[in-house]
Design a protein around this ligand. Structure first.
Ligand SMILES: Cc1cc2nc3c(=O)[nH]c(=O)nc-3n(C[C@H](O)[C@H](O)[C@H](O)COP(=O)(O)OP(=O)(O)OC[C@H]3O[C@@H](n4cnc5c(N)ncnc54)[C@H](O)[C@@H]3O)c2cc1C
Length: 360
């Protein structure tokens, strides 16, 4: 029997998995957007919108044998995937990799890439005009944004606010301490251990005032809410036995199955497999998925193949502060400007993902 693998979502997991299986099985990738959205470049894209020309990458050269169906999946089950226009894509295995959403302008609100570009341009203009900027949330995206603005637009009053007592409290202290020092040197004010009480929007930047936990009030020309990603898990929530965990992610069994269907898998940000919601962490699932899906195609049973083992807390984290500076945790040690710049800061992996999508 021909093995037909349907993959829902063409983000980091879906696009790379589809390509790696393209010559081995019949692959259908279901993705409503015309372009792959390379998220790491969308932070620098706020200060340099021209970067979007290279970091929004069309899907048309991704697969040689299989097909990319530009559509939104409405339901999945053990027989395949049903699309919003009612078409059914039959499959022997289904992988759901619908990822996560984030505030504007970091990930698109909908599927229209032109609308996403317009939103980027609108927010860039607001940022250019702003004298004072607050970033609420000091995870990787908020911290990188502070570094990018300080690098590209010196002279702005930038404040990075976090309710945590230090930056990256779940990583070794050297990472947060190094980044804090570099941000302060770039004149970014850090307010740590203080929750913003009155955020007017969680989904897009706005002008206004912030009240902090100590009762102080602060006015800003632009406030970026950067409070983390939330999984796109509607499809999986509808499956029998599916259970939601933090950030809307769906729990999976040791073979990355979210529900009682033996041939429906979930991976990437949408699946709570014990990996952080990052490309670096969830990419660990790719070789396991490929091996396991091809094993099933050869008639092996899942249980005779090794279950998936996540990174856990050792997953690396690369945090550039603009193209030159930054600090990174590499699983066993923390490194500074040079390695962060070479590994990520200079190019933000744009070349890697353009190559994956078959674009020069
Ligand atoms: C601004 C920003 C910067 C980041 N930078 C980094 C970084 O430098 N390094 C790092 O490791 N991580 C980074 N991350 C995290 C990283 O982007 C996510 O971990 C990654 O996108 C998850 O990949 P994914 O394949 O699970 O899903 P996604 O990349 O979110 O892709 C999911 C895809 O599924 C599609 N989809 C959704 N619903 C449906 C449906 N019903 N039918 C069909 N398709 C659907 C979407 O259109 C989307 O294309 C960053 C995140 C943000 C927001």
């Amino acid at each position: 029997m021909t093995q037909h693998i349907a993959i829902v979502g063409g983000g980091y997991i879906g696009a790379e998995l589809a390509k790696s299986l393209d010559a081995k099985a019949e692959v259908t990738l279901i993705e409503p957007r015309s372009h792959f959205v390379h998220a790491p470049a969308m932070i620098r894209g706020v200060v340099d919108p021209a970067l979007l020309d290279r970091a929004l990458i069309p899907y048309d050269s991704l697969l040689k044998h299989g097909r990319v169906v530009q559509a939104r999946a409405m339901s999945v089950n053990g027989s395949g995937v049903t699309l919003e226009d009612g078409r059914h894509i039959a499959a022997t295995q289904v992988v759901v990799a619908t990822g996560s959403g984030n505030a504007a302008p970091f990930k698109p609100k909908g599927d229209d890439i032109a609308a996403f570009r317009a939103e980027n341009a609108r927010i860039h203009a607001l940022l250019k005009a702003a004298k004072s900027v607050a970033i609420v949330g000091a995870g990787a995206v908020g911290t990188e944004l502070a570094g990018e603005i300080a690098h590209a637009m010196p002279g702005k009053r930038i404040t990075l606010i976090s309710d945590q007592p230090r930056l990256f409290p779940d990583k070794p202290a050297a990472l947060g301490a190094g980044l804090a020092k570099k941000l302060q040197r770039a004149s970014v004010q850090l307010i740590l251990g203080q929750r913003a009480q009155n955020l007017e929007s969680l989904s897009e930047p706005y002008a206004g005032s912030l009240r902090l936990a100590d009762g102080s009030e602060h006015e800003f020309d632009l406030i970026f809410p950067v409070l983390g990603s939330r999984a796109n898990s509607d499809l999986l929530q509808a499956l029998p036995g599916a259970q939601t965990s933090s950030a809307g992610r769906i729990k999976v069994d040791p073979w990355l199955r979210p529900a009682s269907f033996p041939n429906v898998f979930a991976a990437g940000d949408v699946a709570d497999a014990g990996d952080a919601m990052t490309i670096v962490a969830t990419s660990r699932q790719l070789p396991w998925l490929r091996r396991t899906l091809l094993g099933l195609g050869k008639g092996k049973s899942l249980e005779e193949m090794k279950p998936y083992a996540p990174w856990g807390e050792k997953s690396p984290l690369l945090v550039p502060l603009g193209p030159r500076r930054g600090s990174s945790f590499l699983g066993i040690m923390t490194v500074g400007d040079l390695l962060t710049r070479k590994m990520k800061g200079e190019d933000l992996f744009v070349k890697k993902y353009r190559t994956l999508l078959g674009q020069p």
